[in-house]
Design a protein around this ligand. Structure first.
Ligand code: HEM
Length: 332
């Protein structure tokens, strides 16, 4: 991903982040969720699997997403019916074939451990891989990189220092990034102000009282409720200066308490996903994946810059780790 971004910057002076990132995500998530390497299946799939997923996602999301142009044509032609499956049938079948061939271990595990049929497992794996994981991270990670690349408060220096102190020149892992409080807090704060799936709907399973700080509302069984995460995570009684981005908000003991009010995953960051609460089961891996991206980024670059169109326009390569001295970095 970074190599292709570097090449575009040196050729055109700038690089789009989204497509190289999605190509990387497709391989990373295929390996980590399905245990399958796209390149072992076919070089063509490794190259274009992310584009196949983009088309499949667009077909499902277009009828319901807000498009701020050409009204009423958008309502009539894009928002009034679901699109026919045959438009993406070929791509979908290639992706399921990839999972069936390369993900044999995970499929077998689903069959023996959970009693799921092979067909059900393959389609569910593709849905989690393509819709939940790839879809969610394709929205979230560009926002995170954009915040980094447009920051002028010295945040990049602080993050880089933490990454290099904790990781040195070792390859960052899910384990090493656990020990990076500022990187984690930066990721949490990005999710607080930019929840990628901001709206949640649900029907009440029983009568209950919905309480806020100073009021209570009677909710009847069967009533439809909508939650807007962005508003909930800007509660001034919980978050100091709630509209401002404070990257170190979640550092330290007080910061840990605030995790009870971080709801981007359809539940608090301190919660446990279960079939009854529908909280995102990827909630921990999302945080670690984002931290991993930040760690890789600052091992490779000393700083990066994103322009107003969201393209990366400058990335200063990191000095070799051996020539860095932490004491002199901290003095500076
Ligand atoms: C930034 C990335 C992600 C975001 C913002 C996100 C957000 C969410 C949200 C808000 C829900 C609840 C949807 C609802 O019912 O209202 C959800 C559900 C779910 N997520 Fe995530 N998610 C992300 C990444 C992932 C990843 C990486 C995985 C898997 C490895 C995953 C797997 C799932 C699954 C399977 C569900 C359905 C849970 C259920 O219905 O019980 N998500 N996610």
């Amino acid at each position: 991903m970074w190599t292709s971004i570097d090449e575009s910057i040196s050729k055109d002076g700038k690089a789009s982040i989204l497509f190289p990132l999605q190509k990387c995500l497709f391989t990373f998530l295929s390996k980590s969720i399905v245990g399958a390497d796209p390149a072992s299946y076919s070089p063509k799939l490794a190259q274009s699997g992310s584009i196949m997923l983009d088309k499949w996602l667009a077909l499902q999301l277009l009828p319901s997403i807000h498009i701020n142009a050409f009204q009423p044509l958008v309502e009539i032609f894009l928002h009034s019916f679901s699109y026919p499956f045959w438009l993406v049938k070929g791509d979908y079948e290639q992706l399921t074939d990839f999972i069936a061939q390369e993900g044999t271990e995970v499929i077998q595990w689903a069959e023996t451990e959970f009693g799921l049929s092979r067909e059900t497992t393959i389609h569910n794996l593709l849905f989690i891989l393509g819709f939940n994981a790839y879809g969610g991270l394709s929205v979230f990670l560009p926002i995170l990189i954009n915040i980094l690349g447009t920051d002028s408060s010295g945040l990049q220096d602080r993050l880089r220092e933490e990454v290099l102190e904790k990781c040195g020149s070792n390859i960052p892992s899910f384990k090493t990034v656990q020990d990076m409080p500022l990187v984690k807090s930066f990721v949490y704060e990005t999710l607080r102000l930019n929840p990628p799936v901001p709206l949640q709907y649900g029907r009440a399973r029983k009568d209950f009282l919905l309480k806020s700080h100073d009021a209570a509302f009677e909710v009847k069984r069967g009533e439809l409720l909508c939650g807007y995460q962005k508003l909930a995570m800007m509660d001034p009684k919980v978050f100091y200066d709630p509209e401002t981005f404070h990257p170190d908000r979640f550092v330290g003991e007080k910061g840990q308490v605030l995790l009870n009010y971080l709801y981007w995953s359809n539940g608090p960051q301190t919660g446990e996903p279960s079939p009854s609460n529908k909280q995102c089961p990827g909630m921990k891996s999302v945080i670690l994946t984002a931290c991993l991206l930040v760690a890789h980024l600052f091992q490779r670059y000393d700083c990066l810059k994103i322009d107003s169109s969201g393209s990366m326009v400058a990335a200063e390569k990191a000095k070799p780790f051996d020539s860095l001295s932490f004491s002199s970095m901290y003095e500076n």
